[in-house]
Design a protein around this ligand. Structure first.
Ligand SMILES: Cc1ncc(COP(=O)(O)O)c(C=O)c1O
Length: 417
């Protein structure tokens, strides 16, 4: 006889919480970070200028990624803003990105007074679908921000040639995809600039923090200047050269970022091991569709996503969602509010700056209408994709509990069919 589901009063598949990215249970933070932080405190220099930790972090992170330039900044949003700022585009120029991302991606565009244009996604991965880009490009398009969502790379084989054909810059938003790869190449090293987040839930963290990498000397200099109020630091002492920000990483963030960088391979190894173990179990359960990973992509599992086949499983997404949560398996649907990001009021209603429509108005730019019906794949994927934050604290035993719960549910619903 099959086990009764928790939602019908049966025993839960899991009665204790899983390791979490919100505390030490799911984070690899410890003596290494404390030692470097102590060094910083004892040095008396907490700011980036004059400090040693941020430059050391930048050097080791650049070596880790195999790139020429690395810049530590204060957040993933700051990293993206710095990358867009480094391009020195005109107000009203257009930048294409995806409908499924964090607001940080869009903030970076609007804060530089460029207009965001949104591309629908591939429903299997929720990543921007580069086959849909061509129709969005016009004579004001200057760049694409490719967001490698959940830890999986966008199809860069399709995106890069198209970008080069139209002379567009490519910024890779790798906030969720530390060390993910496309065709053996690390994300962030394929386009012109790569941006990472070190926010609390990311594969490595400083609480908040960010990174910009590039192989382009001119963009690297612009990025460094932009994040440092665009002061001329060349020695010529010409003052402020252009409009910039203060996004300087502190030595305290630098110390933790350095210790975390040294653990990155080990953290990624643990995340991949347990995620792939779960996939091996889920792929044997009829009606559950484990994360689809492109054959050229190596996933870095910020989130573990999956989908279900309602007909095969014999239940609806809503029923399944309620049942797995009752089992103590904290997967939910509706990632990022469950709507395309351009449907957030700030974007849909063009509310960037007071009552004006700027930058969506002449003479700088054009009025752009954002309509839900332009993003059918996004709507489907957000309603049908289950997501849970993954982390390096998850063990094989945790995965066994998850698999047990999924099997129990699948058995129950298949019988009911
Ligand atoms: C895809 C993506 N882009 C940008 C950001 C912004 O990063 P941060 O929160 O560090 O500013 C995030 C963070 O959640 C993200 O997931």
């Amino acid at each position: 006889m099959s086990e009764e589901l928790a939602i019908h009063g049966g025993p839960k598949a899991r009665t204790t919480p899983f390791p979490s990215v919100g505390d030490s249970s799911g984070r690899d933070l410890g003596d290494e970070e404390i030692a470097l932080l102590t060094e910083v405190i004892r040095s008396g220099c907490l700011g980036r200028h004059g400090g040693k930790m941020v430059p050391q972090f930048e050097q080791e992170y650049a070596a880790h990624q195999g790139v020429k330039h690395c810049l530590g900044v204060t957040s993933g949003t700051a990293a993206l803003h710095t990358a867009v700022g480094a391009l020195q585009l005109d107000p009203g120029d257009e930048i294409i990105t995806t409908t499924v991302t964090d607001m940080g991606t869009v903030i970076a565009i609007l804060q530089q007074n460029q207009i965001p244009i949104f591309c629908d996604v591939d429903r299997r991965t929720m990543n921007l679908d580069p086959t849909k880009l061509e129709g969005l490009i016009n004579d004001r398009t200057r760049a694409i921000i490719a967001v490698h969502l959940f830890g999986q790379a966008v199809d860069m084989d399709t995106l890069m040639p198209l970008a080069r054909k139209h002379k567009l810059y490519v910024i890779e938003d790798c906030a969720q995809a530390h060390d993910a790869e496309w065709d053996g190449r690390r994300v962030g090293t394929i386009g012109d600039l790569g941006c990472f987040s070190l926010q609390q839930s990311k594969q490595i963290t400083t609480g908040d923090g960010g990174i910009v990498i590039t192989n382009d000397d001119d963009l690297a200099l612009n990025a460094r200047n932009f994040h440092d109020k665009f002061y001329d630091r060349s020695g010529e002492n010409r003052g402020v050269l252009r409009l910039g920000m203060n996004y300087r990483m502190t030595e305290l963030q630098g110390a933790v970022a350095l210790a975390q960088t040294r653990k990155l391979d080990s953290i990624l190894g643990r995340r991949r091991h347990t995620a792939e173990l779960l996939t091996s179990y889920l792929s044997k359960i009829e009606g559950i569709i484990p994360p689809w990973v492109h054959p050229k992509a190596t996933h870095s599992y910020w989130i573990y996503p999956f989908q279900i086949d309602e007909a095969v499983l014999g239940c609806t997404v809503a029923e399944f969602r309620a049942a797995i949560q009752a089992e103590g398996l904290p997967w939910g649907t509706g990632y990022a509010g469950g709507i395309p990001i351009c449907m957030y009021p700030a974007i849909r209603e063009h509310k960037a700056y007071g009552d004006s429509l700027f930058p969506w108005e002449p003479p700088y730019g054009r009025y752009v209408e954002y309509r839900e019906e332009d993003y059918p794949e996004t709507i489907w994927a957000q309603a049908n994709t289950f997501v849970m934050n993954w982390n390096e604290g998850i063990t094989d035993a945790d995965v066994e509990d998850m698999a047990h719960g999924f099997r129990k549910m699948a058995e129950h619903y298949r019988k009911r069919r």
